[in-house]
Ligand binder design. Structure first.
Ligand code: SF4
Length: 345
């Protein structure tokens, strides 16, 4: 008898991407439906392990008790045997309970655990993808996760949008690309030297013809402009500004064409893991040991290893509490460019 699963993941984009190994695990036993935010739902398009996506606009149309009730009715219709509360808030746990899903599983540290029927240990020593994967352990034992990598499946429209972007920028099919992702929701996760890195890359790779492409949301356009002007001043080819130009899966498709990505501890890191794109990950106030490091086969973490204040925050504070921001400022463009070269050869 197939087991119908509902995975509730309404957290950040990176968390959704890291939930895909769990979704694949559950799909071996039956159809998997995913409850996602409007911002993240699109990243699951074309995924062969996903039977359906229910969009839960918890801060908009579905906010409040009325919205929760409506969402619970929609969720009830899929007749799930079990709910996996990957985000684990009281709201999503209450949603699964109101939808009448008999088995409700979350971490033993989750705020909504009182609404659940089984709690799985939250293993701080594991990568978050592995922690989430353990939620799908039907036997209820603490099983050992295999090596995991998230997965995404850009479709023909995503690849076409990338091709159109590169055509507009005059990039040929053979031209190798180096991606930079300078943005982050969290201010102190943003490494401040991307423009200087672009100049450094131009000086060191210019003769080999790689093009720099900047990935990010529309709000990252000023960072892309600074990178583009630094690259031009250093004598490089025009930078391809992809900020705000592509869907999430379009960005994933673009990463699949890049030789290397340089990124903060932010969503593009997880997109690159899903596409197995070589990754240089820059960590400042956070550390990979939190469980959100890169999972691409070829990756390097660049971080300050001699600061007692690291890590200082689960996500990255609004500003450095000590005022000096040495964790990021002291990662040099030359050091990061060297790491990028070492990965892409
Ligand atoms: S306190 Fe330390 S780790 Fe935190 S932002 Fe400042 S320099 Fe970085």
């Amino acid at each position: 008898m197939p087991v119908v699963s509902a995975v509730l993941q309404t957290s950040f984009l990176g968390d959704m991407i890291l939930t895909t190994p769990l979704i694949e695990r559950l799909a071996a036993e039956g159809p998997v439906h995913v409850v996602a935010t409007p911002a993240n739902a699109g990243v699951l398009a074309n995924h062969p392990a996903v039977a359906g996506v229910l969009v839960f606009d918890k801060r908009g149309a579905d906010r409040g008790l009325g919205g929760l009730r409506r969402m619970a009715q929609r969720l009830r219709r899929i007749k799930a045997d079990r709910a996996l509360l990957a985000q684990g808030s009281s709201r999503t746990a209450a949603l699964a309970w109101m939808a009448g899903i008999p088995e409700r599983i979350t971490f033993d540290t989750s705020g909504g655990r009182l609404f659940t029927t089984r709690r799985v240990p939250y293993r701080r020593d594991l990568h978050h993808a592995a922690r989430l994967w353990q939620l799908g352990n039907a036997a209820g034992r603490d099983d050992v996760p295999p090596p995991l990598r998230p997965s995404l499946h850009p479709g023909p429209a995503d690849h076409a949008s990338v091709q159109a972007l590169l055509d507009r920028a005059g990039v040929s099919a053979q031209e190798p690309l180096i991606a930079l992702a300078p943005g982050s929701v969290w201010a102190t996760k943003r490494w401040p030297h991307y423009a200087a890195l672009a100049a450094e890359l131009v000086r060191s790779i210019g003769h080999r013809g790689e093009r720099i492409v900047v990935l990010g949301a529309a709000g990252d356009a000023p960072l892309a402009a600074a990178i583009a002007s630094a690259a031009l001043e250093a004598g490089g080819a025009p930078v391809v500004d992809a900020t705000g130009q592509l869907s999430l899966l379009g960005s994933a498709a673009l990463l699949g064409r890049c030789r290397v990505l340089v990124t903060n501890d932010s969503a593009p890191l997880h997109l690159a893991s899903a596409m197995n794109a070589p990754t240089v990950a820059l960590f400042g106030p956070t550390v990979p040991a939190f469980g959100f490091g890169p999972l691409a086969e070829r990756h390097t973490v660049v971080e300050h290893n001699s600061l007692d204040c690291r890590p200082c925050h689960a996500h990255g504070p609004a500003q450095c509490p000590l005022g000096h921001f040495r964790c990021m400022r002291e990662l040099s463009p030359a050091q990061v460019a060297g790491a990028a070269h070492a990965l892409h050869g």
